[in-house]
Structure formats: structure tokens, C-alpha cells
Design a protein around this ligand. Structure first.
Ligand code: IPE
Ligand code: IPE
Ligand code: MG
Length: 240
């Protein structure tokens, strides 16, 4: 096990935490049991970040497409988010974690958004790991919302269309305060990104691993990070 940061650890790791449902089904249990087991892993991975040199961790908790699931699964997930946030607020603060949420809050209930606001506010000055939780997040939805705000600024005369370049849109995205992810990990064996950080991951490295999210341990996280350290990132250039 590595205890000191890898020389070239990824600064920002984003994780598509997939496979909770299958983990539960394999055990003959209801899908929600898998989501609860998945939530337990989050704490372990967040706590590993400072030792491993990961400054930013972004986790995909609920997508704009996940509303298509049964009412009972969606309801159970919303209750789990509330319970998780209330239970972890003090602990995350004590561990110096700065928490922020991305995604569209409009469809979330007031009790949940209040808990999200409280956690963000309480941890706003923390200087440790930056944890971003994507909740009711979809990359296309985010780009659409950003474009709408950008268009309003143009209409109000605050933004000159002639000045728009590839640095303009990111200023309107939910992730304005984040560097782009260096590494995107998806658990559960699916090799797709399911509408996650579309703009931001243009140059991310990807790791699709078979482990189901509730089985994803710190040891496996360390292995994935050390593979990242051996990758050759060229960003379109040719090495001298
Ligand atoms: C990921 O696990 C968690 C959420 C999408 C909320 P899944 O619930 O997608 O688990 P599988 O993919 O069905 O196994
Ligand atoms: C992506 O997983 C969303 C989250 C992990 C929150 P899904 O399980 O919803 O994605 P698909 O349906 O396999 O594309
Ligand atoms: Mg899934």
C-alpha cells in the first residue's frame, strides 16, 4: 500500500460510482441495500485522498436520467442523500473537506437542498480535499443551463458575442471553481460516461474497472492511481 502521494498523482479524480444495484441483486437483496453499501464506500475514498495526493474528488451520485427509475428507488435514493448529508456534515467539516454540489437543484426537494446549502456553507473555508457531489447532474443539462445564462448576458449587453471563445462557456458551467478532471474512473464494467462532465473531461484519462462500486476499496483506488502515474499525457502535442 502506498502511504505517500505518487509523484504524478492526478490532481482531480472524478468517479462514476456504478454497480450498486447489481451488487445487491447478486446477494438477492433489494437495490436500495446496494445504494446504502455504496454510500459507505464514499467516506473511505474521500478519506484516502489527502494521503494519495488527490486534491479534488468529484463523485456522480444521481444523474438527470436517474429519474426514469421506479418511484420507490428514486424516493429511497433521495432519503439516502438526506441521511448521508446530515450524518456526515460534522465529520466532513472536522476532516477539513470542502464540499460543493453540482447539478440542477430545481427538481430536488427543499429539505434536501437546505442540507446541501448547510454543508456547503459550513465547509466553505476548509482547505483540505475539495469534494464535489454531482446530484441531479447531467452534462448536457449543464451545458444547456450554461448556454441559457450566457445568452441572457449577451441579451443584456454584458457579453460581446465576438469575445466568445473556448474559455467563455466554462465560466457558466456548474464547475467554474474546478480544474478539469485528470482521471475519470467508472466502476461496474460499463464502458460509457453516461452524460458525466462532458465538456470538462475532454482530456481526461479514463479507467473502466469491473469492480462494483460497493466493493471498491482504498487499495483498489491506489492501484488505479498508480496506473495513472504511468500514463503518457500528450494533449495533442508531440514530445521532443
Ligand atoms: C449507481 O448504481 C448509483 C446510481 C445510479 C444512483 P446503479 O444503481 O446504477 O447500479 P447498477 O448499474 O444498476 O448495478
Ligand atoms: C451513471 O450510472 C449515473 C451515476 C453513477 C449516478 P447509471 O447506472 O445511471 O448509467 P447507465 O444507465 O448505465 O448509463
Ligand atoms: Mg448503473
Amino acid at each position: 500500500m502506498t502511504s505517500s502521494p505518487e509523484h504524478n498523482a492526478p490532481c482531480h479524480v472524478a468517479i462514476i460510482m456504478d454497480g450498486n444495484g447489481r451488487w445487491a441483486q447478486q446477494k438477492g437483496r433489494p437495490r436500495l441495500i446496494g445504494h446504502h453499501a455504496g454510500a459507505k464506500r464514499v467516506q473511505e475514498i474521500v478519506e484516502a485522498c489527502p494521503d494519495l495526493g488527490v486534491k479534488y474528488l468529484t463523485i456522480f451520485a444521481f444523474s438527470t436520467e436517474n429519474w426514469k427509475r421506479t418511484q420507490s428507488e428514486v424516493g429511497g435514493l433521495m432519503r439516502l442523500f438526506k441521511r448521508f448529508i446530515s450524518a456526515k456534515t460534522q465529520e466532513l467539516h472536522q476532516k477539513n473537506v470542502r464540499v460543493r454540489f453540482i447539478g440542477d437543484r430545481v427538481r430536488l426537494d427543499d429539505r434536501l437542498t437546505d442540507l446541501m446549502d448547510t454543508l456547503e456553507l459550513l465547509t466553505a473555508d476548509n482547505t483540505g480535499t475539495h469534494l464535489t457531489i454531482a446530484l441531479n447532474y447531467g452534462g448536457r443539462d449543464e451545458v444547456a443551463r450554461a448556454t441559457k445564462r450566457l445568452a441572457y448576458d449577451v441579451a443584456a449587453g454584458k457579453l460581446d458575442p465576438k469575445s466568445i471563445d473556448d474559455e467563455t462557456l466554462p465560466k457558466y458551467l456548474d464547475t467554474i471553481y474546478l480544474p478539469d478532471p485528470d482521471l475519470v474512473i467508472r466502476t461496474s464494467g460499463e464502458a460509457r460516461i453516461s452524460n458525466f462532465l462532458l465538456w470538462q473531461s475532454a482530456y481526461a484519462e479514463y479507467e473502466f474497472i469491473d469492480t462494483l462500486w460497493p466493493d471498491f476499496t482504498r487499495a483498489e483506488f491506489e492501484k488505479v492511481l498508480s496506473r495513472f502515474g504511468r500514463r503518457d499525457r500528450r494533449f495533442g502535442a508531440v514530445k521532443a
